[in-house]
Design a protein around this ligand. Sequence first.
Ligand SMILES: Cc1cc2nc3c(=O)[nH]c(=O)nc-3n(C[C@H](O)[C@H](O)[C@H](O)COP(=O)(O)O)c2cc1C
Length: 182
Amino acid sequence: MAGRVTAAGPAPPVDPARFRGLMARWATGVSVVTAHQGPGDAGLTVNALLSVSLTPPSLLVSVSRDADTLAAITASGRFGVSFLAADQRPLSERFAAPVSAEEKFRGVAIHRAPGGSPLLDGSIGAVECRLAQQIPAFDHVLLIGEVLHAELGGDRPPLVFFRSSYATAEGADRLGLPPSRA
Ligand SMILES: Cc1cc2nc3c(=O)[nH]c(=O)nc-3n(C[C@H](O)[C@H](O)[C@H](O)COP(=O)(O)O)c2cc1C
């Protein structure tokens, strides 16, 4: 009866591997969250992202306590988010790799947001946020950012993450959505 509450009390908690498999069924986009701090840039691949409010525009990312980028974000008080296009899969892989921040950015084309956060060229959208709140959440920290700068990139398909694999959303136009305004 795993996962059910019985008269004898709560059943054992859900196995983390089972939960990971469950959440793998939740399709997401893929972003790279960045910060500029001191002499260098830092960044990591993030798919735990959601919009929070429109007034003010704000979003939330969930970052592991173990992520090296976390210290750079909290120290700078700002962070950038670049929404990856389907053809930017190599950047997702690079920013998820256990290598130094310097190595991650080597040869990567970036531009600077007004507050200095690096944004990845060629992304389908990008923002720079002021770090408004940090909420400890188990082994992660929820970072709520107020969006101070927003860029719409080209109308290209997004990179999608689903079932622990990369996918594309080439069929999105079949939904009949109007093209986004650039
Ligand atoms: C598709 C994908 C999504 C990821 N999403 C997250 C996430 O939402 N939060 C997080 O903390 N790590 C996430 N990761 C893992 C980090 O990108 C990875 O641990 C990275 O090496 C951390 O870099 P850092 O220690 O240099 O900051 C994700 C990895 C992949 C491949």
